[in-house]
Write a protein that binds this ligand. Structure first.
Ligand code: MN
Length: 241
């Protein structure tokens, strides 16, 4: 299998994994930057992630114009992806989701922060972008580049950001890394809420977060990827650990 075919298979797999792990439901999406043209990215047509197949994968410019669309309907919120790739040359993959446990942290004063070892991958803390600040009453969808750029600017160099009353965005250094962070964002949020209901929370320290992030190698991510592929009924390509 060529590198290109492997990447497309991985993108389909990423969708299926995020669905099986409860990060996306009928909505939410994951994209990857084009490996040969950093000014383009790959994202499925508008379809529930658990249903996505290879022919659904479309190619877009960073301002979200489709290349060879062939009548396929793109996601309304593809601008999240394009704007993050445009602002962040370091980012290789983007996930947008409505992961249920993260929502409360976007609508209360409680900040989402790492509470467990694997949760360190979300970064030191997760800030909340509020579309209402610059755009007032909207339908909450990021459906143009202006909103996407505002979101990407607010996200700055972080790997995660919440969207008030809507969901989250995750930026990864690889497709598998973005999936990894997205899953642990949901796990961390759920555990943090459970801990908060029991009393005061003892969070990971900033130094601990730095050290754990520094040790999160590709073999760690591949070990999780292989397991998640098995659970989602997908072949685990190149995930030797
Ligand atoms: Mn959305």
């Amino acid at each position: 299998m060529s590198k290109w075919d492997e990447l497309l298979e991985d993108l389909v797999t990423a969708n299926r994994i995020l669905a099986h792990e409860g990060v996306v439901d009928s909505f939410g999406h994951v994209s990857v930057r084009h490996p040969d043209n950093p000014q383009h990215f790959l994202l499925s047509r508008a379809r529930a992630p658990d249903c996505i197949e290879l022919p659904d994968i479309m190619e877009f410019t960073l301002d979200c114009q489709e290349i060879d669309g062939r009548g396929r309907k793109p996601y309304l919120e593809r601008f999240i992806h394009g704007a993050v790739y445009e602002a962040r040359p370091d980012v290789v993959a983007v996930v947008h989701n409505h992961s249920p446990s993260v929502i409360p942290f976007g609508i209360t004063k409680h900040t989402l922060k790492p509470v467990l070892h694997m949760g360190a991958s979300i970064g030191h803390q997760v800030r909340v972008w509020d579309s209402h600040d610059h755009f007032g009453d909207t339908n909450l969808l990021v459906e143009n580049m202006e909103m996407g750029r505002d979101l990407a600017k607010y996200m700055a160099d972080d790997r995660t950001v919440l969207m008030r009353g809507h969901g989250a965005v995750v930026a990864g250094r690889s497709l598998r890394h973005a999936v990894f962070v997205s899953i642990y964002l949901e796990v961390n949020a759920k555990l943090q809420m459970q801990a908060m209901s029991m009393g005061e929370v003892n969070f990971l320290t900033s130094g601990e977060v730095d050290k754990i992030i520094g040790r999160t190698a590709d073999y760690t991510i591949n070990r999780a990827w292989e397991n998640w592929c098995r659970r989602a009924g997908r072949p685990a390509i190149n995930s030797e650990v």
